[in-house]
Write a protein that binds this ligand. Structure first.
Ligand code: KG4
Length: 339
């Protein structure tokens, strides 16, 4: 009998469902939410409502694409947190209702764990996966962390942001430039056409392996404010160079601490990246070239698995299912939690 895990993700503004069978991905359906574009960021109230609209068709489609029936599902894995509480409640309540209706176990998944375990999503039996221990640079709109993964369930945060996440730095600076939300992909696209050495923004001096991005945001804002005084067309004329310089300093900040972490943990032979910002072309290149220079193996995820998706929730749930690590129906979602 196959172990079929239905994964459900609803932590922020993507409603997603996926089916993993004996560790192999059968389907991964994602419904994004365009409703936030006009607001320059995710509006929690609107996100919950859109999840309510999307959850039933998304789950039905994931089961259909997997070519199984709902009675073939062995367990339901759902994102319990961290995330927006109203959004999490939709996925959590749906998962509980379906698990009761089908009489199958429920598996709760930590969203950050799932981002790290996204590297274990296989499309076929022979797909390679990382060896433990490895370091994962987890960078998204809400998190920037260096995670040491010792096993599927043993992970330690070596460093994290003390203020903004790297994705927030991309998005907030992009907003100042008048770019749409989320700004990260727009900065990435413009950066490819710009000169990364043209502007130099300030770099934080934070001890240890922690990050800080709020000073960089202020430095970017002040540069633009000062230049606009003498040239109102400054942003328009320098868009590509601003984007390239911003992207380059964010990557420099991320890589500095990653290099430090690798020195402290010589037992680590592989570096993985995850989270929305790991879709960034410059960051992917920087990690690949760092690994090449240092004899390390780089694990760069497929772009579809960098942003929020249920495939990573289903694979994380699969490993917990193998350990019979289930969660009671009374478990509430949590908005804040660490690995
Ligand atoms: O992991 P994710 O989908 O969800 C959150 O944690 O919110 O990450 C979203 C973040 C946003 O800040 C977005 O701007 C950023 O990932 N992002 C990128 C790129 N694609 C998405 N940042 C830089 N370059 C990209 N290509």
């Amino acid at each position: 009998m196959n172990i079929n895990i239905l994964g459900i993700e609803s932590s922020c503004d993507d409603t997603s469902a996926a089916v993993i069978s004996d560790g192999i991905l059968l389907s991964n359906v994602i419904a994004g939410q365009k409703v936030h574009e006009n607001y320059g960021g995710v509006v929690p109230e609107l996100a919950s409502r859109a999840h309510q609209e999307n959850i039933v068709p998304v789950v039905a489609e994931a089961i259909r694409q997997a070519g199984i029936s709902k009675n073939d599902i062995s367990a339901i894995a759902f994102t319990r947190g961290p995330g927006l509480l109203g959004s999490l409640l939709v996925g959590t309540s749906f998962a509980k209702g379906l698990s009761m209706a089908l009489g199958i176990p429920l598996v709760d998944v930590n969203h950050l764990h799932a981002h790290v375990l996204a590297h274990f999503i296989k499309k076929s039996e022979n797909d390679p996966v990382p060896q433990f221990p490895f370091i994962c640079l987890l960078v998204s709109g809400g998190n920037s962390q260096i995670v040491l993964a010792r096993s599927y369930c043993d992970m330690e945060i070596l460093g994290k942001t003390i203020d903004d996440a790297a994705g927030e730095a991309f998005d907030k600076c992009a907003k100042v430039m008048g770019l749409p939300y989320p700004g990260g992909p727009h900065i990435d696209r413009l950066a490819a056409m710009g000169d990364a050495k043209r502007f130099r923004f300030s770099k934080p001096r934070i001890p240890g392996l922690d990050y800080s991005f709020s000073g960089l945001k202020t430095s970017f804002l002040y540069t633009l404010r000062d230049e606009l005084k003498t040239d109102p067309e400054f942003i328009e004329k320098n868009k590509a160079d601003l984007a390239a310089s911003l992207q380059s300093i964010i990557i420099e900040i991320l890589m500095d601490k990653l290099e430090k972490a690798v020195k402290i943990h010589p037992e680590v032979k592989s570096i993985a990246i995850g989270g929305g910002v790991s879709a960034n072309s410059g960051m992917r290149k920087a990690v690949e070239s760092f690994c090449q220079k240092n004899g390390l193996k780089a694990w760069i995820p497929e772009r579809a698995f960098t942003t929020d998706n249920a495939a990573m929730v289903a694979i994380a749930g699969y490993f917990k299912y193998l350990n019979q690590d289930f969660c009671p129906l009374s478990s509430p979602p949590y908005s804040r939690v660490t690995i």
